[in-house]
Design a protein around this ligand. Structure first.
Ligand code: BGC
Length: 241
């Protein structure tokens, strides 16, 4: 099956057609900068542009960096607050499947990447502007977990350990890894997953910080699909719903 996957991020909106059985892009990815302010109308225009670029009439899956319940956006921690209450599936056109960005990345990573063939509890965490999470057991997603907002030392984890925090405060990899380690230990102690996958843009630089992370016998591995995971997971969701 082929579907169009579109990944809405803080800096770019990326789309590509996907072979959902192979878990691979079938055409080159198109990236358009996220409009500012990233209002629903402005983002919907970009989504339409991507659909037109691919001359696409088949299934479409779209990710969003917030909680999505039955197509309706419920939270907007790092995007314009006017998204809250918007029915994204209506906004992006009839038939578009909408889901949380980290959930989409996790769906792809568990099917085709680092979580492949892993039957136990898998926790995927994406480190970017915020921290996204996706939880799986037996390969099935528990949607809309928001573990980036758990508190560590009285502060939301994504305000201590996101990649944005590392960049904004110019933290060394060592210093940032301390924050990540503390957060991961906290998550391990709450969920005891049998595998933790680290995704998001920073996973490209996993060699800079993963060697500094130690969760005992809980393996922590980098995502494999990198910046294509959201697109692939969105396309898979469009086909499988
Ligand atoms: C949002 C999540 C999202 C994550 C990554 C968080 O601030 O609450 O829904 O998955 O950022 O974009």
């Amino acid at each position: 099956m082929e579907a169009l996957g579109i990944d809405i991020g803080g800096s770019g909106i990326k789309g590509a057609t996907v072979d959902t059985v192979a878990g691979e892009l079938t055409r080159e990815r198109l990236r358009i900068p996220t409009p500012e302010p990233s209002t629903p109308a402005a983002v919907a225009t970009v989504v339409r542009e991507i659909v037109e670029h691919f001359s696409w009439t088949g299934p479409v899956g779209v990710t969003f960096p917030g909680v999505v319940l039955n197509g309706v956006i419920r939270t907007a921690a790092n995007v314009d607050r006017s998204w809250i209450g918007v029915n994204g599936e209506e906004l992006f056109g009839a038939g578009a499947a909408l889901l949380n960005d980290a959930d989409a990345a996790g769906v792809a990573e568990v099917a085709f990447g680092a979580g492949r063939d892993h039957a136990g509890a898998v926790l995927m965490l994406t480190f970017g502007t915020g921290i996204g999470s996706a939880l799986f057991t037996g390969g099935r997603l528990v949607p809309n977990t928001e573990f980036g907002h758990v508190e560590v030392r009285g502060k939301e984890a994504e305000h201590r350990a996101s990649d944005q925090v590392r960049e904004k405060h110019d933290l060394s990899w060592e210093k940032w890894a301390e924050h990540v380690q503390e957060y991961l230990l906290h998550m391990r102690d709450l969920l005891w997953p049998s595998l933790i996958i680290i995704g998001g843009g920073v996973s490209k630089k996993a060699d800079r910080f993963l060697p500094l992370i130690d969760l005992g016998d809980t393996p922590v591995v980098p995502a494999v699909l990198r910046n294509e995971a959201g697109i692939i997971g969105a396309a898979m969701t469009a086909v499988n719903r």
